[in-house]
Design a protein around this ligand. Structure first.
Ligand SMILES: Cc1cc2nc3c(=O)[nH]c(=O)nc-3n(C[C@H](O)[C@H](O)[C@H](O)COP(=O)(O)O)c2cc1C
Length: 234
């Protein structure tokens, strides 16, 4: 039972109507009053898995990661929000020896062994022509495609910002599937792009090692900013 239905069940004697579009957020009581959907809380184990206990892996076990698992990462990562729903992030999964060799040569020296041990690696990239998909992704404003086409600076900044957000969602999706992620910005982006994206349409942002933790996988946990440093209130 979807959470909105469950909440409605517990609070009201109500009947449930889906809109003709199958929109589950449309829940109405017998008296016709719309009931706001109630959201579930992630339990402590889920919060630990995604946030408080999750670590950046620096070495990986030889346990394989399947293509099905890699597909399921995207099935989760694609849902959180992007500006105007443009979804500019693209993913190249590298999981063959040959592909890994091509990738490793473009990583900073200190990052190479990590990727050599990872059973799968994602190269996260921004699609510089993300706006081509706007008529599908934002069907009520298809003309935004032409706005982005005409305004290169806005296209670049919007694309990079939302793709970076999606990169964060991607790391959390890896963790949600019980896998460890090792994000790395230390690589020669121009050389990597020439290697894998020679037509210039995708531009790499982040390399993410994916797998099960290997030997001594964690560095010491580094401090995090406290409320007093990071938060202001108005
Ligand atoms: C954008 C980004 C770039 C990073 N680049 C590198 C890198 O090039 N090499 C590396 O070893 N770790 C890299 N890291 C990993 C961070 O140092 C690590 O996630 C951070 O220290 C937190 O570690 P923890 O998750 O174990 O607490 C990067 C992480 C992010 C998000």
């Amino acid at each position: 039972m979807p959470p909105s239905y469950r909440a409605c069940y517990s609070r009201h004697r109500c009947s449930f109507f889906r809109s003709s579009k199958g929109d589950e957020s449309t829940v109405t009581t017998d008296s016709g009053t719309a009931v706001p959907p109630a959201l579930d809380l992630l339990d402590d184990a889920g919060r630990a898995l995604l946030f408080t206990e999750a670590r950046t892996a620096n070495s990986f076990a030889p346990t394989p990661v399947t293509d099905d698992e890699l597909s399921r990462i995207w099935e989760l990562a694609k849902w959180p929000p992007t500006a105007a729903n443009v979804q500019p992030l693209r993913v190249l999964y590298v999981r063959t020896d040959e592909g890994r060799k091509r990738l490793v040569q473009h990583l900073n020296e200190g990052n190479r062994a990590k990727t050599e041990s990872a059973p799968a690696v994602a190269v996260l990239a921004m699609d510089t022509r993300f706006h081509d998909h706007i008529p599908t992704l934002l069907p009520f404003r298809p003309e935004l495609k032409d706005v982005f086409e005409a305004q290169e600076e806005m296209r670049e900044s919007t694309g990079r910002f939302s793709a970076a957000l999606q990169a964060g969602y991607f790391v959390l999706a890896v963790r949600a599937l019980g896998l460890a992620a090792g994000p790395m910005g230390g690589f020669d982006a121009a050389a990597l792009d020439a290697e894998f994206f020679p037509d210039g349409q995708w531009r790499s942002l982040l390399v993410v090692n994916i797998g099960h933790p290997g030997e001594n996988p964690w560095f010491d946990r580094l401090p995090r900013l406290d409320h007093s440093d990071a938060l202001r209130w108005a």
